[in-house]
Design a protein around this ligand. Structure first.
Ligand SMILES: C[S@@+](CC[C@H](N)C(=O)[O-])C[C@H]1O[C@@H](n2cnc3c(N)ncnc32)[C@H](O)[C@@H]1O
Length: 240
């Protein structure tokens, strides 16, 4: 009886060790697959899905209010570049990733605005002086910054007192039924969208960070699945 128990214990232990090895192999494979997806497939999907000519019209409308020394956070593949108005005198852009670097460099070289490009995490301390930008821009970015309050606090710090924070973002629906589905499916969206949340109440988050929202357009992005189509486009200024 006791021999059997030892055997059972031994085989249970061996099974646990084997299970751990399989799980390590599986999580290694998963990390590699996700790493490959995030590095090679996702940036192309992003560039294709956010780079249509129709999307360009929305970008132009949002960016039309940019002026002077401008900071763009979450630069991605540089899809905003052609839509900045002549009133922008200098662009500093950064992203936590280095997506499609050759394509991005080509787009920067075609821009008539001087561009400084950096790789930074928006939620860390940014290497810019207080009140040093006339405009800060985010498009389709506030959904994916993990520590958004920290990032918005940095936006507030680097923006001039009379500067503009221009945003065009997707987020939480005003319809409670749609918002419930956004909450339910957010974990899947986060995996597919490499950290993108579809259920953030963008205007509330911006206000909570010490901004006043001067204009806000809420609309549905055409040809986009409803859960991802709920748009917030607007301008905010520092709330003294
Ligand atoms: C959906 S893409 C949008 C790209 C671009 N703004 C556009 O409109 O096409 C979101 C971008 O935010 C960037 N991002 C996410 N978290 C970030 C962070 N903590 N700091 C800087 N960039 C971040 C991602 O790497 C990605 O390029």
């Amino acid at each position: 009886m006791s021999f059997l128990k030892i055997q059972v214990n031994k085989s249970a232990k061996r099974k646990r060790i084997e299970d751990k090895a399989v799980s390590r192999r599986y999580s290694g494979l998963r990390a590699t697959t996700l790493g490959f997806y995030a590095k090679h497939i996702f940036p192309r999907l992003l560039d294709w899905s956010l780079g249509s000519p129709e999307m360009g019209k929305y970008r132009r409308k949002a960016l039309d209010h940019a002026r002077g020394r401008t900071l763009e956070i979450g630069f991605g593949t540089g899809l905003n570049l052609p839509w900045y108005p002549d009133e922008v005198t200098q662009l500093t852009v950064f992203d936590s990733e280095n997506m499609l670097p050759e394509l991005v460099e080509k787009r920067i070289s075609q821009s008539s605005i001087p561009v400084t490009r950096l790789q930074l995490d928006a939620s860390g301390h940014l290497p810019f002086d207080d009140h040093s930008f006339d405009t800060v821009v985010t498009t389709f970015t506030l959904c994916s910054i993990e520590n958004l309050p920290a990032a918005l606090s940095e936006v507030r710090r680097v923006l001039k007192p009379d500067g503009r924070f221009i945003f065009m973002e997707h987020g939480r629906s005003d319809s409670s039924q749609i918002a419930r589905w956004q909450d339910r499916l957010n974990p899947i969206q986060k995996a597919i969208g490499v950290g993108c949340n579809m259920n953030r109440r963008i205007d509330d988050l911006i206000r909570e960070a010490g901004f006043e929202i001067n204009s806000l357009d809420r609309f549905l992005m055409p040809k986009t699945p409803r859960l991802l189509a709920e748009m917030y486009r607007g301008i905010a200024t520092i709330n003294e």
